[in-house]
Design a binder for this molecule. Structure first.
Ligand SMILES: [Zn+2]
Length: 238
């Protein structure tokens, strides 16, 4: 068992888990099929074989489907993510995906990540400061990838893009441009227009899903504060 992960677990849970790696795979799958996604995420961290099995689409797709069915209020896994990656985002721990800083409770659903304030400042750019260049026609596509509209401290209010999303877009456009031998003429502009249509549809679907996720997160934070209040009241009563 990985001591670094196990050491962060309650002693009782560590004791129970210690027998798991010695069990046959079919028994393990039977046990895993009763676990919600958050527990599967924790288990994937326990040993390398668990991780390999739980992250393998071919071996565990059904298992994850069953796991999500146990918690019907959890927002469904979006098409652009795998079930384990989705579970990791929701339940994998409140830390920044880029630097590991804790706690980062708020999930940036549209960007599929958690990010601390420093990384938001470091990786989010307004259009005039983007680290990649786009011509007039290409820049239309920036409105078809995730963009945050709001305030970032010290930058003010505006539209902000995450650098790796912009880099991926630049990469896709370069591939498209290469197919036109670098010619930015009508054919390339038509390519851009077709791409904008399909990406726009995807972004709209993503935004609708984000609305669902934020509702779920708000309800969850509400539940948690009620739980904390109940614990406090209980302590007061004791
Ligand atoms: Zn960070």
């Amino acid at each position: 068992m990985s001591t670094s992960v196990a050491s962060g677990m309650p002693r009782r849970l560590r004791g129970r888990l210690s027998a798991l790696p010695t069990m046959p795979l079919d028994i393990l799958f039977e046990i895993f099929s009763y676990l919600p996604p958050g527990d599967l995420v924790q288990l994937a961290r326990v040993t390398k074989p668990f991780r390999q099995v739980l992250l393998s689409r071919s071996q565990s797709a059904l298992l994850w489907t069953q796991s999500y069915e146990l918690v019907p209020d959890v927002p469904p896994c979006p098409e652009d993510m795998s079930e384990p990656a989705w579970a990791h985002l929701l339940f994998g721990g409140s830390y920044c995906y880029t630097c590991g800083t804790k706690p980062v409770n708020k999930i940036m659903f549209l960007f599929r990540r958690r990010a601390c304030k420093n990384c938001i400042k470091k990786h989010m750019y307004q259009i005039h400061a983007l680290p990649f260049t786009f011509d007039q026609w290409e820049s239309e596509l920036l409105y078809c990838i995730p963009v945050f509209i709001g305030e970032i401290k010290s930058y003010g209010v505006g539209r902000f893009w995450w650098d790796s999303d912009v880099e991926a877009l630049r990469h896709d456009l370069d591939a498209l441009l290469a197919r036109r031998d670098g010619d930015r003429g009508d054919a390339y502009r038509q390519d851009l227009s077709g791409l904008a249509d399909s990406m726009g549809i995807l972004l709209k679907t993503k935004q609708e899903h984000v609305g669902l996720c934020e509702g779920w997160e708000d309800a969850r934070i509400g539940d948690r504060s009620v739980e904390i209040m109940e614990i406090k009241e209980q302590r007061f009563d004791e």
